[in-house]
Design a protein around this ligand. Structure first.
Ligand code: FAD
Length: 398
């Protein structure tokens, strides 16, 4: 039978449990059901501890930080490598670049964790981008991306290596994996950092990110628990130049005894083709906002963009209206871009959007509202509706 509490902080001592059901009745989240024994649903449980305090015989217990390692014995700036299309995802190189800066300030070594199946040849790439040591976790169990299995493998190696810092890309994969890891390792995680630094007095990682809807920048530290975990969007940090002459060591860890999560199996994978030019690489990006209203206008802009080698992006509002695919969202919860030219059409210019386009060399804004905040950061403003601008815009050639 499957052990539902595997890797789970809440534990039941069946020798003590009398099956009275007080825990199931008292559970605020309805996470406990009574069979012969109380059974906890780990997805409903919030680890609030009510069952632990209410159990009359002390049968429930909460693992309190046995995975936490103290600041004193933690060292190393680790980057969790991500693979994509048979190579290393660019965000990993960007994180290695930042890790090198942090290393220069703290004197700690830069290391990388590379997990997967058949990924060993990629270790040298990580070394070429600055990893002094690569920890290789290879197993057939990691041949398809099942987050639970990756988290188990990485958490085990982090527990034994005790890094001071663990950086993860805030990609679709990295977001889920980093949150799961932080929970398993009983440590904190600052998601979507826009900068990272070392506090020279305390040696702590300063995790900097927008807070309160972007109205202020917060600096967050993890004083007690290790590793200090932070995730960073692709495109926010600068990748160092590749240097094939760098030397480093690859350490293979035996994960053959890793326990796979049997609740999950991969039934199939479908590759979704996203049309248009790649957002990250395009020198010209056209951002579509809610003001663009109709699919016809979006199609006309997209056809023109394709013909001039530009990529189409969207604000979150445009994504939510179904005008643009979610994979093309630019902003705090989307991608960060630094094209030569960003043309914002029908975008009001809220901070959650503009925070991700500050790297654009030139910004042109098209909006009928002359007071729209986008105009305060645009290099050129065009007070017009998308429909008015369309015939002129689609005649432009670069
Ligand atoms: P609106 O703000 O509705 O602006 C539409 C604009 O279109 C207006 O300025 C209007 O004058 C103009 N307009 C009207 N008619 C026309 C016309 N005919 N032609 C042309 N223009 C016209 N947003 C993001 O974009 N990316 C993110 O990643 C993101 N993350 C977020 C995270 C959090 C935690 C929160 C709270 C918000 C986030 N947002 C994000 C949402 C953000 O706050 C804004 O709501 C969003 O950016 C607004 O999108 P918009 O400019 O397209 O729409």
């Amino acid at each position: 039978e499957m052990d539902k509490t595997y890797n789970f902080a809440l534990q039941l001592d069946k020798d003590l449990c009398t099956g009275c059901g007080v825990c199931a009745e008292g559970c605020t989240f309805g996470a406990i059901t009574m069979g012969d024994w109380p059974e906890v649903d780990p997805y409903a449980c919030r680890l609030c501890g009510t069952c632990v305090s209410e159990c009359p015989v002390g049968a429930w217990s909460m693992a309190d930080g046995q995975d936490v390692h103290e600041a004193a014995d933690a060292s190393g700036i680790f980057v969790l490598a991500e693979t994509a299309h048979g190579g290393i995802a660019p965000v990993t190189f960007e994180l290695l670049g930042k890790a090198a800066e942090l290393s220069a300030k703290s004197g700690q070594q830069v290391e990388a964790i590379l997990a997967g199946y058949g990924v060993a040849p990629l270790a040298d790439e990580l070394i070429a981008y600055g990893a002094g040591r690569v920890h290789l976790l290879e197993s057939e169990a990691l041949s398809s991306y099942i987050e639970e299995n990756y988290a188990t493998a990485v958490a085990d190696v982090v527990r034994s290596l005790r890094p001071a810092i663990l950086l993860v890309g805030a990609t679709v994969k990295g977001r889920g994996l980093s949150a799961r890891l932080a929970s398993m390792l009983h440590t904190g995680l600052t998601a979507d950092c826009t900068d990272l630094d070392i506090d020279t007095e305390t040696g702590l990682l300063r995790q900097i990110r927008p807070a309160f809807g972007g109205n202020l920048m917060a600096t967050i530290v993890t004083p007690d628990h290790r590793p200090q975990m932070a995730s960073v969007h692709p495109g926010v940090m600068k990748a160092p130049a590749r240097d094939g002459s760098r030397s480093g060591e690859t350490v293979r860890h035996d994960i053959s005894t890793m326990r796979q999560d049997e609740r999950i199996s991969l039934l199939g994978e479908t590759v979704k083709a996203v049309c248009g030019n790649n957002l990250a690489d395009s020198r010209i990006v056209v951002g579509i906002g809610r003001g663009v209203k109709s699919h016809e206008t979006v199609d006309a802009i997209s056809t023109w963009a394709e013909s001039v080698g530009a990529a189409v992006a969207g604000s979150r509002a445009a994504v939510e209206c179904g005008l643009v695919d979610a994979s093309r969202q630019v902003g705090q919860t989307g991608q960060t871009i630094s094209p030569d030219l960003y043309i914002a059409v029908g975008i009001s210019g809220q901070i959650q959007h503009t925070a991700a386009i500050t790297g654009a060399k030139k910004i042109i804004a098209v909006n009928p509202d002359r007071n729209a905040p986008i105009f305060s950061m645009a290099d050129y403003g065009w007070v017009a509706t998308a429909e008015e601008a369309l015939p002129v815009l689609t005649n432009i050639r670069f």
